[in-house]
Design a protein around this ligand. Sequence first.
Ligand code: GUN
Length: 304
Amino acid sequence: MSARVLDGVAIAAEIKEEVGREVRSLAEAGAVPGLTVVLVGSDPASEIYVRSKVKSSAELGIASNLITLGVDTSQAELLGILQQLNEDDAVDGILVQLPLPRHIDTRAILEAVDPLKDVDGFHPVNVGRLTIGQESLVPCTPAGVMQVLQRSGIAVRGRDCVMVGRSDIVGKPMSTLLLNAGATVAVCHKETRDLREYTRRAEILVVATGVPGLITPDMVAEGAVLIDVGINRLDRREDVERLFPGNAAKLAAFDKRGSVLVGDFAPQSYLRSSAYTPVPGGVGALTIAMLMHNTVKAARMRRS
Ligand code: GUN
């Protein structure tokens, strides 16, 4: 049986279309949703992410705004800006791009965002609401994975799911969403003694570790659904050769661009699956679509 490719780009486009319709209906009622993204410093990867967040939201008609602050911005200054944004009625969603410079206490910043405007779903109030299954703003990447599963007709209830990775941004909220949807969930991480013993049992295997090619075919059950949240840039030819043995197209792509993007699954793992999200073209596209979704949800929540 050949594996089904779960096309994240197509699903993200579907969601954006729906969100765009909601934005238009809010705008017609005189309430254009507003999103402000705050970037502190000039981390090149963060700069790319925030630009694409702002651009995508503007395309849907969201009033989007980027605040860029110098790397030396103090915690007090940042807290002051967040207070202004919390009080600004035109701002429905606030996103502070992570990571923050080391002199800033990330927790203090995330807690300073009004939970009703917390489109990242990182505030403890939203984390707590998610944990007890209440309506909340849900972190974008795990929410996007749930959309991929639902819109691809992949049932979660009663299934054995394994989450590899325990980050606050992906692993923990992802495992909570799967648990809330009725799955049996194991959460594995760096300290897990025999990772393979867990992953081989998974009917749905979600991996978010940032370790390229961590999950090899021997770690995957025949027919499993594989969700790859990793986006890793390989910039050494020998790494590309090791992960994609005999794959001329990948090597040609590397030779052209000097790097290629790979996930946390070794590509040969896909051959054992019934369905998988590719990298690129899988979960990555969903993160921004769900940010737009959360912005509209925040606008509706604040106005209801
Ligand atoms: N940095 C990496 N991923 C994310 C995310 O989802 N939200 C924020 N705010 N920062 C990030």
